[in-house]
Ligand binder design. Sequence first.
Ligand SMILES: Cc1ncc(C[n+]2csc(CCOP(=O)(O)OP(=O)(O)O)c2C)c(N)n1
Ligand SMILES: CC(=O)[C@@H](O)[C@H](O)COP(=O)(O)O
Ligand SMILES: [Mg+2]
Length: 638
Amino acid sequence: MPRTFTQIPLTRPNTPLLDSINRPADLRRLPAAQLGPLADELREYLLYAVGQAGGHFGAGLGVVELTIALHYLYNTPDDRLVWDVGHQCYPHKILTGRREGLLNIRQQDGLSGFPKRSESEYDTFGVGHSSTSISAALGMALGAEMAGSDRRAVAIIGDGAMTAGQAFEALSHAAHTRSNLLVVLNDNNMSISHNVGGLANYFARVWASKSYIALREGGKKVLSAMPAAWDFVRRTEESMKNMVSPDMLFESIGFNYIGPIDGHNIEELVRTLRNMQHLEGPQLLHVYTTKGKGFAQAELDPVGYHAINKIEPKPKVQVAVPAKPKSPKYQEIFGRWLCDMAARDPRLVGITPAMCEGSGMVEFSQRFADRYHDVAICEQHAVTLAAGLACEKQKPVVAIYSTFLQRGYDQLIHDVALQDLDVTFALDRAGLVGEDGATHGGVFDLAYLRTVPNMVIAAPSDENECRQLLYSAYQHNGPAAVRYPRGTGPGVATEETMTALPLGQSRTLQTGKDVAILAFGALTPAAQEAGKALNATVIDMRWVKPLDRDAIMAAAAQHRLLVTVEDHQLMGGAGSAVNELLLQEGVQIPVLNLALPDHFIHHGKRDALLAQAGLDSASIERRIRERLDSQASLREAP
Ligand SMILES: Cc1ncc(C[n+]2csc(CCOP(=O)(O)OP(=O)(O)O)c2C)c(N)n1
Ligand SMILES: CC(=O)[C@@H](O)[C@H](O)COP(=O)(O)O
Ligand SMILES: [Mg+2]
């Protein structure tokens, strides 16, 4: 039985067995009887390391035994393990030579919080977004077949990730190719929030069906190579399964379904996986686990312990510091606006694809339960569902992380914008997100949204602007997006009243000379600071689409240099939009576009990453001065 911990160790625990494993080959030399004690040590080390570094917590604790069993039985890295989402990969990283590196996970230059091909040969596929593992593992299985290799491919996917369409697309195709692919369904009955929907209910019923479990336990675990005496048991089992088991689902698709088994019973895991290892064709092993397993509070509160912050050491000397009122995060500004708006407008419907807490929708989900839809990890469905609601004159608000809306892009164009439907997109985590890194960067949305006819896009510069622009976008009768960043803003108090700000109208924050800074969104305070030092004009543009044409033309006429500032890729972003406008208008003026460069920005602290990209106030000021200097020297040149 795995041990249960009640405290996160703050000093390095003694883990002699774990320390002897520097690669999975070391693990494979252990006698099976040592795997249980190893799981205890691994779990304790995991608690310690995540306490030191912060990061995803509950999911990793839930797959300690599964990770050990898979690396024990499969010849990794030659055999391919593909982790879905990847937030549960910390035990995998510990066993694959990155034990000490875990202390710096998600920190700049430290390990990535997700599997990453450039980090280790054991990380067979880069992830972060969910529900890709079966497709990728199937591709690997087919690739092995083509190369005449007998290497195996295993996808490990959670019940949350299994709700997405792509997972089913891949299952269906795997059934067609009959490839040697193992899908391990790690079912803990949790997404980040409680997993919702028919599939989740189905899995829960299976696990609850003790009679089926008892029958299966009394019988044979793997249905292959079955002696004749098992025929009767098998027939009985088949009929039981038809009542309660998901093999109705998976077997009718074309998978050989085994399970559910207890994913914390390492002996049973090893036995079952070993039996399945050489079965031909697509296999699905259903494993039942507990999110947060082994840490009492996380087991009780898996939502709260999905991820944790680093545990800060207590200062030796306590200094009395006057408490500073905590600024709300943008997600809270959104959540409050959503409740206020819903109280006013009975047509408002709030939709989240499995990100209730992160999107600040907990209060809304409780107060307006009949108008709240957590659709599970189904971004595409979320967008088209909203389109359908809008057809019926309801007012859907899709709260979605910028990075995850990438999944719903065709739906946004084809189902929403093309029909000019009245859907509001609250795009959270726009810009760099920090510790989650490149997989989660919300740095493409302006490029992919502003090319779409009928879309309007707002980029608020502070908390009150966010509230007012959400209101304005909601009032707009058509598709509208409001993008705002992860975390807190500059601390501007929000006005209770909501005022619709005119579409495509900016506000001038200060008037200066020579330089006009056109700031889009969250970097406006940094731009303003730079603008003060430079005595520049600073305009909070508010809208990326439509642009405030008149303000830009006036700024171009009155200054020597236009500067655009945004936390988005340079290509296709707001600065590009300004360039296009100037070109179309035939205006010739030097322009400096300050935005993110054309490479992926990996994990680290958001502020530090922005500074490195030259987008903090000091860098903005320096880059503008450099441009002014080079313009001056150009003018002086003979
Ligand atoms: C496309 C996409 N949408 C949303 C998310 C955010 N997300 C990360 S983990 C997670 C829950 C996954 O649940 P499950 O697969 O069951 O794993 P568990 O955390 O339960 O181990 C969600 C919604 C994501 N990573 N990718
Ligand atoms: C793995 C994943 O996709 C989520 O857990 C994500 O890390 C949440 O990000 P936030 O912390 O910004 O809500
Ligand atoms: Mg789950």
